[in-house]
Write a protein that binds this ligand. Structure first.
Ligand code: ADP
Ligand code: MG
Length: 626
């Protein structure tokens, strides 16, 4: 970053890189432009013109690149290179191009068009092929080096938004009307100082991109077996997930799954030789049916209250993490591609310091000193317990059906209050989850899966107890029940859960800049507040998403940023009820639908309504109607 030789630090770097509005470029609105996906604005030209145009502008001022806007038609294979956005200079946010091929030309079998799931899986696969090609040919590198000085060659980097371990609806590859399939890239059009490097630009757009389109869009060049396995695997995961509710399950973990990751910092699976493959205990072993009629065996985690326990370092958190991410489909070979969870399960953690806006946390917290209203609780800097209570209530507000909790990342006083403390401290504002979990399930049908290491009182309220023993799960519900008889404890349980929030809200985003995701865990946003709290790392106001464990890609954060702006436009003068609002959005963007083609960017990835709601709820300056 320092090599860029300009002041402004990290915030400036990101601004330039992801700002979407570099110096000198026009002031585009935040709304996606609505032009038809296949016809960019500008001229339609034959392929030969590309080289001519680049020759003509070689050595001209950088702005001459704008002449490329529009479409160049390639003949063999037939596809259109659509140049949709040309950056203002070599430092600005990169230019956006697409390769759009008629479906017929690809030779891809029509069966891949048969459902949204197949389209999502196919596009995900094609994106991976393109990303691998780009990486292996080093097309993602800049030409020249930074020591070439100001006038040395710059730019050249060519990119596609590369996926992680999850198969998700993305804007990097899209099928439009079953007629075309397109790949979306960014590239930094090359320059020396401020002048166009026509030859290098031709190498990128006229040569490399053609190669790339050939390799990743023509069925003849794809690894057809791997494509089939990829699509089939996703269809299987969907099929398993849809069976959960009918079987009274929250999650299913197939035998043989590899749950642990290679390290705490990667999403890649642990090496087969080191990992203990998952093996279901007999008592909870079930079989689910795959689309081809075959069966798969594994452990079903039932609805109700389930404890995951066991000694430290025996694999409890690893199993819960696998369940958290079971809301997504995984790529073959991930190890967790046969771990599926109901799509409305939400990880809950304590998140002290977060902002809370008029949330009803009264089931858990009442009678705060000073008479602070807990039916409309607000805080700029919530505590561990109040943040966790808000997280639960906000998840319920938008329809969560299972809470996933790890003692390690919780506020203990929100989970439990033991007998001695009940006797000792009479004026306790907190009613812990242990006293509510039963009512939550009975009244609202919301299950709890909780990792418990040290809080033995939870044994008294659980339906099932799974103990991890050297990474092997055992069912110890009976032992636990005997223990409860032997060492009885008084656990106060509320017969009623209490109320769930139902907020009407409006979002105000002021200033000229739309919200932007700088990285997965941070969205820069200018809220309407007199005293925005700054993230010290960014020197920019925004929302910290690092507490959202079920967010997996920065592209999801970008989508949330885009939707925030849309929601601001809709609600600024017209407060809307949160779950209704998210319902409407969910009809356009969700995990089970291909992304809307009219979105202009190629780096957006689908998110659930829960993560979107979580970001809305964390906005400083959110207005909640009375
Ligand atoms: P706990 O939450 O019970 O303390 P963790 O889930 O954090 O334990 O796991 C402890 C360590 O064991 C982690 O480094 C994890 O990667 C590893 N681990 C978890 N499950 C397995 C497994 N099935 N095989 C091998 N190693 C595992
Ligand atoms: Mg743990």
């Amino acid at each position: 970053m320092s090599g860029r030789g300009r002041g402004g630090g990290r915030g400036q770097y990101y601004k330039d890189r992801y700002g979407g509005r570099g110096r000198g470029s026009s002031n585009r609105g935040s709304e996606p432009d609505q032009r038809s996906p296949s016809g960019a604005s500008g001229a339609v030209r034959d392929w030969g013109r590309l080289q001519d145009d680049l020759n003509q502008i070689d050595g001209s001022q950088y702005g001459a690149y704008k002449r490329l806007l529009g479409t160049y038609k390639h003949a063999q294979p037939k596809f259109a290179l659509s140049i949709d956005h040309v950056q203002g200079d070599a430092y600005a946010a990169p230019s956006r191009v697409r390769a759009i091929m008629p479906w017929q030309e690809t030779g891809l079998p029509d069966e891949y068009l048969e459902s949204d799931v197949r389209k999502i899986a196919l596009c995900d696969f094609v994106t991976r092929v393109a990303a691998d090609f780009i990486r292996s040919k080093h097309l993602d590198r800049n030409i020249g080096s930074s020591d070439g000085g100001w006038s040395g060659p710059k730019g050249g980097a060519f990119n596609i938004n590369a996926p992680g371990q999850e198969v998700l609806p993305r804007t990097s590859a899209m099928i439009s009307g079953n007629a075309t399939i397109e790949l979306r890239f960014t590239t930094t059009l090359p320059a020396a100082g401020r002048t166009v490097l026509g030859q290098q630009a031709y190498q990128i757009l006229g040569v490399n991109l053609v190669d790339l389109a050939r390799q990743s869009l023509l069925y003849a060049n794809l690894n057809q077996t791997n494509l089939q396995i990829h699509v089939q695997s996703v269809e299987r995961q969907r099929a398993l997930r849809t069976q959960l509710a009918g079987r009274g399950l929250i999650a299913f973990i197939a035998n043989g799954s590899i749950l642990p990751r290679a390290s705490g910092s990667t999403a890649f699976p642990m090496e087969q030789s080191q990992a203990i493959p998952f093996r279901s205990p007999k008592e909870f072993e079930i079989t689910l049916e795959l689309p081809d009629g075959s069966n798969v065996g594994g452990m079903g985690i039932p609805c109700g209250i389930t404890l995951l326990t066991g000694g430290g370092f025996h694999g409890k958190s690893t199993m819960l993490e696998a369940v958290e991410l079971g809301i997504y489909d995984h790529i073959p070979g991930d190890g967790r591609e046969m771990v599926v969870t109901v799509s409305d399960a939400v990880k809950i953690r304590a998140e002290d310091g977060r902002c809370v806006s008029k949330v009803d946390i009264s089931p858990f917290i009442t009678n705060l000193p000073g008479g602070k209203d807990t039916k409309r609780f607000s805080s700029d800097d919530a505590s561990g317990s109040t943040s966790m209570a808000a997280n639960i209530q906000e998840a319920l507000e938008v329809g969560c059906k299972a809470l996933l909790i790890d003692e390690d990342s919780s506020a203990t006083n929100l989970l439990v209050r033991d007998q001695r403390m009940q006797i000792l401290i009479k004026k306790e504002p907190i009613t812990p989850l242990i006293s509510k979990a039963r009512a939550l399930y009975n009244e609202l049908g919301v299950s709890t899966v909780i990792v418990i290491g040290g809080l033995g009182d939870w044994l008294s309220v659980s339906d099932s107890v799974i103990a991890m023993d050297s990474y092997v799960p055992k069912i110890i519900t009976r032992e636990a029940n005997q223990l409860i008889k032997q060492y009885p404890r008084v656990v106060a349980e509320d017969p009623q859960y209490g109320s769930v929030p139902f907020r009407k809200l409006s979002v105000h985003v002021t200033g000229s800049k739309p919200p932007r995701a700088l990285r997965k865990s941070f969205i820069a946003v200018r809220p309407q507040t007199t005293n925005p709290v700054h993230d010290p790392a960014e020197a920019e106001p925004g929302v910290d998403l690092s507490g959202l464990d079920q967010l997996v890609e920065v592209g999801q954060s970008r989508t949330i940023a885009l939707l925030l702006q849309k929601i601001a436009n809709e609600t600024a003068s017209n407060p809307l009820q949160l779950s209704g609002l998210l319902q409407a959005i969910g009809e356009a963007v969700g995990l089970d639908k291909a992304m809307p083609v009219q979105l202009p960017e190629g780096d957006l990835v689908a998110v659930r309504r829960f993560e979107l709601a979580a970001v809305l709820s964390r906005l400083r300056g959110l207005t909640v109607a009375d």
